[in-house]
Design a protein around this ligand. Structure first.
Ligand code: NAG
Ligand code: NAG
Ligand code: NAG
Ligand code: NAG
Length: 340
């Protein structure tokens, strides 16, 4: 409790610093005129300390990526910038330009990755800042007198294999832009893998898993409270709330965490299984809170053929495109992770 209070005080301090200071002040969570770039080994840390952005190697040390992870658990990477174009050494630099574009450069100054920052129609900003928010979202905002604070780009709009509280899974019907999950290639390679998790927005919203072009599982349509094939979604509403937002510019599933909820993430594995993991700060492990496919009785026949069968799993949100595995308990599931 005392610790939490201190953390809160620290974040309040940072927040007030952020809002009262003029441009040009370097702070821990921001790239702006004060500090335009970070090099390998440097980091951005969100105001309350929950998330860190920096360079990392999930596997071989000569493949470097820029990503965001839970500070408490460096392995829990929630977003990767250059997933398909790793750096080969530690000479990389992440920088922001005045128009709010993020660039990841290799040692020779070549662009390995860049953000698709758009100016939103109100002219190119003369100054922009990138800030790692306490939610884990990296946002690029205007930092000049025109539309100060307008969001130009955000990492939440470009999910990797993970959904955290506040992120969307869905589609913008006006632009066709999609928020979907794409699995990693393997646990130590974040390159775009085979499995995709997206929302079908024709008719009633419905979440669908794909492996390549093959549809593998659907949750059934949203009934206002849960996806009809997944009634147990209602059973953990004390910790997480589930919502499907339907607006002209957005049809999306969003989950939110209550203030008392542990850190949580929904991860689409390389095999296409969706797991909801919750952080146990005491033992410093991620517990599998729920996973899908849920069991062979799931409605969608194709899912059953490749699905997990685990009638003891209390709650699952999504199903996936598992091939070759039929674990019957979370323990078996962990073994699969080890054997995979
Ligand atoms: C990064 O910023 C420093 C100053 O903070 C500057 O000296 C350096 O040239 C910058 N690096 C790149 C690649 O822009
Ligand atoms: C890393 O090395 C590979 C293989 O040598 C090469 O194809 C790739 O372009 C290099 N990447 C960078 C960012 O230099
Ligand atoms: C950036 O936008 C262009 C054009 O809209 C698109 O072709 C490209 O795939 C986008 N790149 C990324 C990384 O989103
Ligand atoms: C999510 O929950 C937090 C409190 O835990 C609340 O402040 C916030 O407004 C909620 N966001 C949405 C989109 O419901």
């Amino acid at each position: 409790m005392f610790l939490n209070l201190r953390l809160m005080l620290v974040s309040v301090l940072f927040l007030s610093l952020g809002s009262t200071s003029a441009r040009g002040v370097a702070s821990l969570d921001t790239l702006n005129d004060g500090r335009r770039n970070i090099t390998d080994g440097q980091m951005l840390v969100s105001a309350g300390g929950s998330f860190t952005l920096g360079f990392f190697s999930p596997g071989e040390l000569n493949r470097r990526y820029v990503g965001i992870w839970f500070s408490a658990s460096m392995d829990a990477v929630v977003w990767v910038a250059n997933r398909d174009s790793p750096l080969n050494d530690t000479a990389g630099v992440l920088e922001i330009d005045g128009a709010g574009r993020l660039f990841l450069l290799d040692g020779s100054g070549l662009t390995v990755w860049s953000s698709n920052t758009t100016t939103g129609g109100s002219g190119t900003p003369s100054s922009a800042a990138a800030q790692l928010l306490e939610s884990g979202n990296l946002v690029v905002v205007r930092d000049d007198d025109e539309s100060n604070g307008a969001v130009l780009w955000q990492s939440f709009d470009h999910p990797s294999n993970t959904l955290i509280a506040g992120m969307r899974l869905g589609r913008n019907p006006q632009t066709g832009a999609e928020w979907s999950l794409r699995s990693w290639r393997s646990p130590d390679n974040p390159a775009t893998g085979d499995c995709r998790r997206a929302m079908n927005t024709r008719g009633l919203p419905d979440c669908v898993s794909w492996r390549g072009d093959a549809k593998k599982y659907r949750t059934g349509p949203w009934n206002g409270l849960w996806f009809s094939g997944v009634p147990e979604m209602a059973s953990y509403s004390d910790m997480f709330t589930n919502q499907v937002v339907v607006r002209p510019d957005e049809v999306a599933y969003v989950f939110n965490a209550t203030a008392a909820a542990p850190f949580s993430r929904l991860v689409l594995s390389e095999a296409g299984v969706i797991q909801r993991l919750a952080w146990d700060g005491g033992s410093r492990v991620w517990n599998v809170f729920a996973q899908a496919p849920r069991d062979v009785c799931d409605d969608y026949a194709k899912c059953s053929a490749f699905g997990l069968c685990n009638v003891n799993t209390a709650a699952t949100l999504f199903c996936g495109c598992v091939q070759g595995y039929v674990p019957v308990s979370p323990a078996h599931w962990s073994m699969r992770e080890a054997a995979a």
